[in-house]
Design a protein around this ligand. Structure first.
Ligand SMILES: NC(=O)c1ccc[n+]([C@@H]2O[C@H](COP(=O)([O-])OP(=O)(O)OC[C@H]3O[C@@H](n4cnc5c(N)ncnc54)[C@H](OP(=O)(O)O)[C@@H]3O)[C@@H](O)[C@H]2O)c1
Length: 340
């Protein structure tokens, strides 16, 4: 199989390579693309050193890949994904470029793989916190029906890419130096507007006219699209927290029918891609330290919410770079490859 990874030097791109390395078959021919500034960056894969290339129409036509996995931001996707698609490739795109396009499927394979038609050449990978939230939420809907969903997210710094992690670690280093020598160094964050270390920021992405941030709008719209329910009531508050990796979402759901927590537990224990971690008596519940580096999304703190009819609360954690991005994209590709 011939695969292009666009954005191969980034957090998601490198994770895609790691996932391919452990899941894909041996017959793999890779083409790695990054920005023109970083042309020729060496990247190791299965003992072979690849060098990153610069995107060009001629090169895309020449390499004729089966799949192109994009993680280089929406602007790059808008320009180059259609060119890959025209060359015969199926594009799986991690950016926001195509997610709201009604003609383009937005897919979490465990939930709505059947949204992909054989003619689709571009498939959108959903927002990271949405993927992590909907895996368990779709089981709640299957069992009890859904009326309204309230998300409160706690999103890791890695969700903003490589440069954001520098802001986080620079803050950590300044704090360590201050404890050691009492000298307070000033440092200007480069990605965030405020210091992220020892802080939390209730703004992810820019604000929209209605007061929501774009990240909140993504969680609302993408949940509706993945669950194929345009009228589902969804609201969200998204918060950046000083965690290196691993997104968490507190979810309050109002259902159509009476909720049986025992039945839900049984169902979640069998749900593909989910680990039920819900033993409060043993202090076991989902946390980023458990979810970090794991393929599955952790679900726990399941309990009825008696403040509203047929309502419940639960808490989910997942690795935003893995299931929230790279793994989900590779899983889509794997399932498409079986009937390509
Ligand atoms: N981080 C997450 O949790 C997450 C989750 C879901 C989706 N996403 C999405 O995935 C995408 C990448 O995120 P990230 O966190 O991996 O960001 P990142 O670490 O900043 O990486 C960005 C990548 O894009 C490449 N790039 C930039 N301009 C390019 C160009 N003109 N041509 C080709 N490649 C170019 C960069 O190459 P250079 O190294 O050469 O600059 C780098 O490989 C974004 O659209 C993001 O919204 C991220």
């Amino acid at each position: 199989m011939r695969i292009a990874v666009v954005g191969a030097t980034g957090l998601v791109g490198r994770k895609i390579l790691e996932v391919l390395g452990r899941r894909a078959g041996q017959k793999l021919k890779l083409f790695l693309f990054a920005s023109p500034e970083e042309k020729g960056t060496p990247i190791e894969f299965r003992g072979h050193t690849y060098k990153t290339e610069v995107l060009s129409v001629a090169r895309i036509k020449k390499i004729r890949v089966d799949f192109a996995l994009f993680s280089a931001g929406a602007e790059v996707s808008r320009v180059w994904a259609p060119i890959f698609a025209e060359s015969g490739a199926t594009v799986i795109d991690n950016s926001t470029a195509f997610r709201n396009d009604p003609e383009i499927p937005l897919v979490v394979p465990e939930i709505n793989f059947d949204a992909i038609k054989p003619t689709d050449k571009i498939i959108a990978n959903p927002n990271c916190s949405t993927i992590i939230a909907v895996l368990a939420l779709s089981e709640v809907r299957r069992l009890f029906g859904l009326k309204r969903v309230l998300y409160s997210s706690y999103q890791a710094v890695s969700g903003m890419g490589t440069a954001a992690l520098d802001d986080f670690w620079n803050g950590v280093n300044r704090a360590v130096k201050f404890r050691a020598n009492g000298i307070k160094e000033r440092g200007a964050p480069k990605v965030f507007k405020y210091e992220i270390f020892n802080n939390l920021i209730p703004q992810i992405d820019s604000f929209t006219a209605n007061g929501n941030t774009k990240e909140e709008e993504k969680m609302i719209n993408e949940t509706r699209k993945i669950l194929n329910d345009a009228n589902l009531k969804v609201t969200a508050t998204c918060v950046r927290v000083p965690i290196e990796n691993g997104h968490s979402v507190s979810i309050n759901a109002e259902c159509e029918r009476e909720i049986d927590i025992g039945r839900l537990r049984e169902a979640l224990a069998k749900t593909k891609g989910v680990v039920l971690l819900d033993s409060p008596e043993d202090f076991l519940f989902p946390m980023p330290i458990f979810a970090n580096g794991r393929d599955e999304v952790f679900v726990g703190r399941l309990r009825l919410d008696n403040s509203a009819p047929n309502a419940l609360n639960f808490f989910v954690c997942g690795d935003n770079i893995l299931k929230g991005a790279a793994l989900n994209a590779v899983q889509i590709m794997e399932r498409l490859a079986t009937y390509k």
